[in-house]
Design a protein around this ligand. Sequence first.
Ligand SMILES: *Cc1c(COP(=O)(O)O)cnc(C)c1O
Ligand code: SF4
Length: 442
Amino acid sequence: MVADKLAKIFNEVQQEIAEIIDERIPISKWKDWNWQMKHAVKDIKTLEKLLGIKYTDEQKSELAKTLEKFPMSITPYYLSLIDSDDFLNDPIYLQSVPLSSELIMDAEDMRDPLHEDSDSPVPTITHRYPDRVLFQISNICSMYCRFCTRKRKVGDSDYIPIRGIIKDGINYIRKTPAIRDVLLSGGDPLMLSDDYLDWILTELESIPHVEVIRIGTRMPVVLPYRITDDLVKMLKKHKNVWINTHFNHPKEITTSSKEALAKLADNGFPLGNQSVLLSGINDCPKIMKSLLHKLVANRVRPYYLYQCDLSEGLSHFRTPVGKGMEIIESLIGHTSGFAVPRYVIDAPGGGGKIPVMPQYLISWSTNKVILRNYEGVITTYKEPDSYEPVYCDRNCDKCELQLSLEDGDEAPAIGIAELLADQEDKISLIPEGNKRLDRRDD
Ligand SMILES: *Cc1c(COP(=O)(O)O)cnc(C)c1O
Ligand code: SF4
């Protein structure tokens, strides 16, 4: 009876893994994120046991050496997605289990290629762009991605900053009116307890110039049970929260991750996704298209596709930029516009994200541009013969364009909208000269 019920809720692999960890595991435990965290796989022996595989001695010693430098943590849920019959080619395995290639340093590898530490006015903040900051409120994740750009930090001093340190970040934001958008990142911000996160969100919301708060989290991918009803209820108290997640492969879209996404979307959170282009994992137009289609089908808007950074130990994951171009070329025009992410290279040295996209404007003259479309059709767009540029000396008070920074006045309801509006008592619209009404007047 219990076994029947288990089989319905987990798939067989999940059930097997759950039973190896604890043979009397009740159904509710598997879906308890704290249970998942407690049983996150951090050593080689448990990994072998749960996957039902045996490493050679050589593999084992290489793994052990890599683990000394970069930690491993894999939630039982994420591990259950690995195909153990072909694990060395499995996209989940490759994202979560270290390879000795992580110890290879290329000449161009850098500890902090994005100079996040140098653009940091206080320890938790990276202030790179004029109006928004990255606020690293956690240094830990439930699963350590092998390709993590913040490998230097994440997991190495396993901690969530104490209130005093977070407070320094909040104070920096408070005294910097230019900041209107705060990106909570880490590590994974959803590693914090609901109460701690609630406190941070409340503090940020009390700052008048903070208009938008984004939460960047991989939880829907690696630990979807973290998206609890209580968490959603707490987040819902706060306005203007966007959630950005990080799916890299269609295999990561499961019943559980779909449920987590639906919970967030049903409660009104705008959802975005960023992916990293990874050699041997998703560097294929078909895989990428399948991922993007699954994301939009689950109300997640693809946001960025990142070229893999020059962080240490990532050389085996990097692809040429041309691979990304080829993927974007296979998407634009071929599928829904909102399914196409922006392909970016995060500039080494801290220059920020730079979009790299295929060229569509192929030539131009003084009155015409030549374009090509996704099918290879070459076409022209005729520009206006005369164009009076608006004179601009940056004296906006004298400008003839209406540059009003106030919200627009809402136009009074007219037409069908007037009929629909509750404040009007009009019940019909009648064309002038209506014959039937003319007869009535007699
Ligand atoms: C990515 C990033 C942002 C946000 O950039 P958007 O293009 O607005 O998403 C802000 N600060 C830092 C340091 C970043 O890396
Ligand atoms: S979830 Fe993000 S911060 Fe954490 S290991 Fe993965 S890429 Fe790094």
